[in-house]
Every structure is written in structure tokens, then in C-alpha cells.
Design a protein around this ligand. Structure first.
Ligand code: RP5
Length: 166
């Protein structure tokens, strides 16, 4: 749910990223974690991006998820401007199918980490799950819910196997 006091901020470089980044919001909703969504760009709006990153912790945000395509410097620039954990989601936006965004997001120099996840939809989902895992370190409700989530996943695999072998 978009919340007044979000714990997670989902940031993307453009509205063209929304379709994929919505996947992160859906996971956070499922876990009952308050989030906000922001569009800002490392290249097209560098001042706004730095300002946003510098202000996030003060507003109570605990984890930032940043998705971008092309030369995807958004997660890195945000990480450079905050000590909050930043999870980068490389997106397929150009003719290089996300390889450009993957390398730009993952290849951070020592000192400024970005936890980079899979390219595209699976990455958006995993970014949200990783954010929940970080929050669960100090939240027993989330910790219990994550264990339940894993159990449900394993049960689904068993059900598929049963169906296959019926
Ligand atoms: C990146 O450029 C954005 O994250 C987006 O993935 C890509 C294309 O943006 P638009 O040209 O569609 O606004 O900065």
C-alpha cells in the first residue's frame, strides 16, 4: 500500500519502467509493508535524484529499491547519497535487452554497494523480497510471514510434481 510513512521506497528512472516495477509493489503489499513509488532519473534529473536520496532516511525509509534501464546509474547514484541499503533492479529497455543496465547497476566500485538482483520482472519481485528480509531482521511478524511464504512455495512445487506424475 502506498503509505504515509513508507518503510520501502521504490524508485524508477521513467514511467516506462512502471509495468515491471509494479511487481515489487505487489510483493510489498502481500507482506503488508508500506511503500512509496518515485520517478527520478540519475541523468535527466540529477539534482532531484540526489535530493531524494539524501532525504529518504529522514522520512523513515529503511530500504530503497531502484530500477532503471539503459546505462542504469540510478541505483548507484542513490547509494552514493545515502547509507540506506539500496537494491538495484536492471531493466530491459534498450536493444541490449538489459545487459547494459545489469552491468551499469552491478559493477559498483568498492565503497558504495548496490545489491543487484535479476534483470526485469523476477528482479523486481526479488528486490521486494530482499527488502522484506532486511526489515524482518527487526520485525518478528515479517520474519514469520517470510517462513510461511517459503513453505507455500515448496508446497506449490510438490503439487506440480504430483500433477506431473499423476
Ligand atoms: C532509463 O531510461 C529509464 O530507467 C528507462 O528504463 C529508460 C528509458 O526511459 P524513457 O525514454 O522511456 O523515459 O533512464
Amino acid at each position: 500500500m502506498p503509505a504515509d510513512n513508507p518503510q520501502v521506497s521504490i524508485v524508477m528512472g521513467s514511467d516506462s519502467d512502471l509495468e515491471v516495477m509494479k511487481g515489487a509493489a505487489e510483493v510489498l503489499k502481500e507482506f503488508g509493508v508500506g511503500y512509496e513509488m518515485q520517478i527520478t532519473s540519475a541523468h535527466r534529473a540529477p539534482d532531484r535524484t540526489a535530493e531524494y536520496a539524501r532525504g529518504a532516511a529522514g522520512r523513515g525509509v529503511k530500504v530503497i529499491i531502484a530500477g532503471a534501464g539503459y546505462a542504469a546509474h540510478l541505483a548507484g547514484v542513490i547509494a552514493a547519497n545515502t547509507i540506506l541499503p539500496v537494491i538495484g533492479v536492471p531493466l530491459e529497455a534498450s536493444s541490449l535487452d538489459g545487459m547494459d543496465a545489469l552491468l551499469a547497476t552491478v559493477q559498483m566500485p568498492a565503497g558504495i554497494p548496490v545489491a543487484t538482483v535479476t534483470v526485469g520482472k523476477a528482479g523486481a519481485k526479488n528486490a521486494a523480497l530482499l527488502a522484506v528480509e532486511i526489515l524482518a531482521l527487526s520485525d518478528d511478524r515479517l520474519s514469520a510471514r517470510l517462513k510461511e511464504y517459503r513453505k507455500e512455495m515448496a508446497e506449490k512445487v510438490e503439487a506440480k510434481n504430483r500433477k506431473l506424475n499423476k
